[in-house]
Design a protein. Structure first.
Length: 384
């Protein structure tokens, strides 16, 4: 998720916790406020820190989900250039030689922040920005590349502020953030000459984001974190987070099919997932959706597993006995509400998890979540 460098912790709206997982400006003033300097694999300390689903289309390759290892997916061709199709997510780390090959530039955005971007991605961004301005849509870069050290600091801050599960849903683990590549760009809007940088403010402009998304592929970009694809990407919907592929044909194929990069590369199934929230008399549909988002984001860490369905187990599980058990498991966290969900999924032939059997259908797999009176859902335990 995005966050301002000077304001790391923001107040998220309920819609953002559910992962929705944020006028015109004078062209001269806007471009005049940006300066660019070039660097090759610039120092990590210069990185700007910030916080980082709907068709039934088959994946680009027909290999079973999870059978391609992180090493094979990110095996860069023998050259001095980076692999623009490299997959970096919760189960695929940044390639070891990436920073040695990375060429970046630094720019200063309209609010005075330094942003480091991969060189070709920045050139493509400028072309995208120019085209958008012809339609009176104005954007700027909030962040792009950031260091592993910055990522660790963000993770620590969010864990302390919001809890471990929320942090894992919204912040990539150090070394596993797409922002390390320099190819992932977070945009912000400029509306009537004012910078709109906070997540909860930016999501108020869906029509503008839709127009932006329609032009991404023409410049080699894709929308990275789609709605309803949290179980694949591991993150909620982020309309501002775009990824450069350096190939307009590939970008157009991915965007036209409404699939994820994982789905295109064949590391995950894009099959539909059944979600049954039931008819609770205790929780609203939105509250249960929030819980499902947490579960799906966590599920994305189970490399190669294919999610089939998630269903609310019913109000019968909402009782003092289960609530007390959640507090015991989580060392007296002070939870006041509890919920149980059931999941069906299939494991790959070579699962990375030592606790899961290979090539097996798991049914009625339990997920227990709890929350405090003023907090979001936390995953307390899962399994049989």
């Amino acid at each position: 998720m995005k966050n301002r460098k000077t304001k790391l912790i923001v107040l998220f709206l309920a819609a953002m916790i559910a992962c929705v997982g944020a006028g015109c400006t004078d062209n001269t003033a806007k471009t005049g406020s940006s300066s660019v300097t070039s660097s090759a694999a610039a120092s990590e300390d210069e990185s700007k820190s910030e916080v980082s689903e709907e068709s039934n289309t088959q994946s680009k390759t027909e290999s079973e989900a999870g059978e391609s290892s992180a090493e094979s997916i990110n095996e860069t061709p023998a050259s001095d250039s980076i692999d623009y199709m490299a997959l970096v997510n919760k189960t695929h780390p940044l390639p070891e030689d990436w920073e040695d090959k990375l060429e970046t530039v630094h720019m200063t955005n309209s609010v005075g922040d330094d942003v480091e971007v991969e060189k070709k991605a920045y050139d493509a961004y400028l072309r995208l920005k120019e085209e958008l301005e012809k339609e009176d849509i104005h954007v700027d870069l909030d962040s792009a590349r950031r260091s592993v050290a910055d990522q660790q600091r963000i993770m620590d801050d969010f864990t302390e502020q919001y809890g471990k599960d929320y942090a894992l849903k919204t912040v990539a683990a150090p070394g596993y953030s797409e922002h390390h590549t320099g190819l992932a760009l977070d945009l912000y809007l400029i509306i009537d000459g004012k910078d709109v940088v906070e997540n909860e403010d930016m999501i108020q402009y869906p029509e503008i984001w839709s127009k932006i998304h329609a032009k991404l592929a023409d410049h080699g970009f894709i929308l990275r974190y789609l709605e309803d694809k949290e179980h694949i990407t591991g993150y909620g919907y982020e309309p501002w987070h775009i990824r450069y592929l350096d190939n307009t044909d590939t970008a157009k194929e991915i965007m036209s099919q409404g699939i994820t990069l994982e789905g295109y590369l064949g590391t995950a199934s894009e099959a539909d997932v059944s979600i049954d929230l039931g008819n609770s008399e205790i929780y609203t549909q939105d509250e249960l959706k929030d819980a499902v988002i947490q579960i799906k984001c966590k599920f994305a860490s189970l490399a190669g597993c294919e999610l089939k369905s998630i269903r609310y187990a019913g109000d019968g599980a909402v009782n003092d006995e289960n609530l007390n058990r959640m507090n015991e498991i989580d060392n007296g966290a002070g939870y006041t509400q509890v919920a149980e969900f059931m999941m069906d999924f299939h494991t790959p032939k070579n699962p990375e998890s030592l606790t899961l059997e290979a090539d097996r259908d798991y049914t009625d797999y339990n997920w227990w979540l709890a929350r405090t009176a003023d907090g979001g859902w936390n995953i307390v335990s899962f399994g049989y």
